[in-house]
Write a protein that binds this ligand. Structure first.
Ligand SMILES: [Zn+2]
Length: 314
């Protein structure tokens, strides 16, 4: 699994906490002089200022202290996690931790509810982040890495309507203002972006240098090439609801309009939908214009608008 999200940088003081998470242990500092528990990690005790602190494993029993549901991603990298449930959780030791709630519907969350820790595996290096969920939830499922899973494609929908190429009236009837249902979704990760950079020769840092992009890009991280998102339409099975029959060749004739209105951050999932914008019968064949919109999952604004022209020849 690739992960392009900002990851915590362990410092000399905080490293035991992050190392503990990798082993599914929640370690919290306690003052040996006055027994005060403390979080975030520090050099000295905030209660008595003693420097004599120890890391101790705790059970992770906790109560929800406060939370908010964000509907605009806090960083573009998190666009695939919307809505984010950001929480302040109070451990039974009294310390509070900023974290995310996972596996909980919005209607299941309430202040004061009991929570258990989720050591979520977030990359192939074995890094884990501390999240929380309800006591009745399956922690093992929530800790599993989010491997790329191919989704079944509209197998449940009705069989597509067949329209013969010589049925001029039937073809015109396909023209609609109404967009189709969504296609399957496709993960646009950094590995895919890097491969496209190599293939196309466009290795501009805004696509290929996550560290620089995090600091200097207006998007807060790397983004996919518009052209990459455009060609990924081949990986998305459109739920058009019809298929044209009775032709010998089908040619990609280009595009009447191609726009990239919104970025696709690395790590986001995209899906597409389309409508038939026009059908024109011409001497060289029948030209079907498909208005294809590709979006990041959950995003209102399309990332690619492509008025794709397909030429059918009998
Ligand atoms: Zn102390």
């Amino acid at each position: 699994m690739s992960n392009n999200k900002p990851m915590p940088l362990a410092t000399e003081i905080s490293a035991p906490f992050w190392e503990g998470l990798k082993a599914r242990n929640l370690l919290v500092q306690q003052c040996n002089a006055c027994e005060q528990w403390l979080f975030y990690p520090r050099r000295h005790c905030p209660a008595c200022l003693a420097h004599d602190l120890s890391w101790r494993a705790v059970e992770g029993g906790a109560t929800l202290y406060s939370y908010t549901v964000t509907r605009i991603a806090t960083l573009p990298d998190f666009a695939d996690e919307m809505p984010q449930k950001l929480a302040v959780v109070e451990l039974d030791q009294g310390v509070r931790i900023n974290t995310n709630l996972v596996g909980l519907g919005e209607d299941e969350i309430h202040i004061g509810m009991r929570l258990q820790p989720v050591f979520a595996e977030v990359d192939a290096k074995g890094n884990r982040l501390l999240r929380f969920t309800g006591l009745d939830k399956d922690v093992a499922a929530l800790e599993a890495p989010a491997f790329e899973v191919s989704e079944p494609v509209a197998a449940s929908g009705p069989a597509p309507v067949q329209v013969a190429l010589d049925d001029a009236e039937g073809l015109q009837a396909l023209v609609s203002e109404q967009f189709s249902d969504w296609s399957n979704s496709v993960l646009v990760d950094q590995a895919l972006i890097d491969a496209f950079a190599q293939l196309s020769g466009d290795d501009y840092w805004i696509h290929t240098d996550p560290q620089k992009a995090r600091l200097s890009s207006p998007f807060g991280g790397t983004i996919a090439h518009g052209a990459l998102v455009q060609v990924l339409q081949s990986r998305m099975k459109l739920a058009l609801g019809f298929e044209i029959t009775g032709y010998s060749t089908q040619i990609n004739y280009g595009s009447d309009r191609l726009r990239f209105p919104a970025p696709v951050p690395a790590g986001a999932r995209i899906h597409a939908r389309a409508r038939v914008k026009a059908v024109q019968v011409q001497a060289r064949g029948t030209q079907l214009t498909l208005e294809l919109h590709t979006h990041v999952l959950g995003q209102e604004r399309p990332s690619v608008i492509n008025d794709l022209v397909i030429l059918y020849q009998a």
